[in-house]
Design a protein around this ligand. Structure first.
Ligand SMILES: [Zn+2]
Length: 315
C-alpha cells in the first residue's frame, strides 16, 4: 500500500478520488497573519468563506486538494488541519519555499536546507505533528536565480531521501520548466516524481511535449485565473485538448491555483469570486464541458484528476 501525508494523517493514494493538484485556501506573506492580522479583516469572515468554498467543492465531487502554500505564502498548518476536519475534504500540505525566498536562506547550502524540508515531511510542521505531503518550489520570469537554485537542489535532496514528490511554480512563457528539469536531472532525481506547475500559461506544444518526453508531469493548474499572463480560458481549453490528442493525457493534471484570499489582493475574502465565481469547481463546470465539445472523451477527462494524481503521488 502506498500512502501520502495529508494534514489529518496518511491517506491511501488509491483513495484520493478527484484531486485538485495546485490550490491555496488563502495566501499571505510570511509573518503577516500573526503580525498584522488587521490586513485580513475579520479572520472569522475569511474562515467562513473557506469553509463554504471547500464545502461547495466537496459537494461538487472534489475529494482532495493539494494546498501548495509554503512559509513565504503564509502557510497556516493548524488552519489547514482544522479546515480538513471541518469539511471532510482531504488536504495535502506543502513544505518547500515559493518565490519569496527568505534572505535567511540565501547563503545556506542545499544540504543545510534539505533537512528542514525532511523534518516537515517526517516529523511535522511547527511542532504540530502535521506532516507535509508535497515539496513546493518556485521560479518565475527571472528563471532559476542563484538562491532559487539552492532551494531546487535542497528540494531534490529532500525528495530523494523521503520519496515525497516535488510540485513547481514555473514561468511557462519563458520555458522555465526546462531550467527546473535541468537542476533536478543534475541532482539525479527521478523525473517521474516532478510536477512542473503552471505549464498552461504557455500554448507552445513543442515546449510542453518536450517536458513530457523528459519524464515529468505537467500541471495545467491555472484555470479561471485573473493573472495577466498566458492564454484566456478558451486558449487554455484548446491547448489541453491538443495535448491530450497528442497522447499526453496520462501526464497532465488540472487545477485552478485559486485562493479564497490571494497574497497580493485586498482583504475582502469575496474578491477572488470576482474573477472566478465557480471557485474550485471551475474545471468541472466550465473546462470539462468545453473539452467534451473539443472531442475529448469523459474517460480522458477522468484520467486528469483521478488516475494521474494517484500515479504521480504513488506510482
Ligand atoms: Zn499557486
Amino acid at each position: 500500500m502506498t500512502t501520502v501525508n495529508s494534514v489529518l494523517g496518511p491517506l491511501e493514494v488509491a483513495d484520493l478520488g478527484f484531486t485538485l493538484t495546485h490550490e491555496h485556501l488563502f495566501t499571505a506573506s510570511a509573518g503577516i497573519q500573526r503580525t498584522y492580522p488587521e490586513l485580513f479583516g475579520d479572520f472569522q469572515v475569511l474562515t467562513n468563506e473557506v469553509v463554504s468554498a471547500l464545502s461547495e467543492a466537496r459537494d461538487g465531487g472534489v475529494r482532495t486538494i493539494i494546498e501548495v502554500s509554503t512559509l513565504d505564502l503564509g502557510r497556516d498548518i493548524r488552519f489547514l488541519a482544522d479546515m480538513a476536519a471541518r469539511t471532510g475534504v482531504n488536504i495535502i500540505a506543502a513544505t518547500g519555499i515559493w518565490r519569496d525566498i527568505p534572505r535567511s536562506l540565501w547563503n545556506r547550502t542545499p544540504d543545510e536546507i534539505a533537512p528542514l524540508f525532511v523534518r516537515e515531511i517526517e516529523q511535522g510542521i511547527e511542532g504540530t505533528g502535521v506532516r507535509a505531503g508535497i515539496i513546493k518550489v518556485a521560479n518565475d520570469a527571472e528563471g532559476v536565480t542563484r538562491e532559487g537554485e539552492i532551494i531546487l537542489r535542497a528540494a531534490a535532496r529532500a525528495a530523494k531521501q523521503t520519496g515525497v514528490r516535488i510540485s513547481t511554480h514555473s514561468y511557462a512563457p519563458g520555458r522555465v520548466g526546462e531550467q527546473q528539469v535541468a537542476i533536478f536531472e543534475d541532482e539525479g532525481l527521478d523525473l517521474n516524481r516532478v510536477y512542473i506547475g503552471h505549464s498552461n500559461d504557455s500554448t507552445d506544444l513543442e515546449y510542453l511535449l518536450g517536458l513530457v518526453a523528459r519524464g515529468v508531469w505537467l500541471g495545467f493548474d491555472r484555470h479561471g485565473t485573473a493573472l495577466p499572463i498566458g492564454p484566456d480560458g478558451e486558449g487554455r481549453a484548446q491547448t489541453l485538448a491538443a495535448l491530450i490528442k497528442a497522447g499526453a493525457g496520462n501526464r497532465v493534471m488540472v487545477s485552478h491555483d485559486w485562493s479564497v484570499l490571494g497574497v497580493s489582493r485586498t482583504s475582502d475574502p469575496r474578491a477572488s469570486r470576482g474573477y472566478n465565481s465557480d471557485g474550485w469547481l471551475y474545471a468541472k463546470r466550465r473546462l470539462f464541458p468545453r473539452l467534451l465539445e473539443l472531442g475529448i472523451t469523459q474517460e480522458q477527462i477522468d484520467q486528469l484528476n483521478v488516475d494521474n494524481p494517484r500515479h504521480f503521488l504513488g506510482g
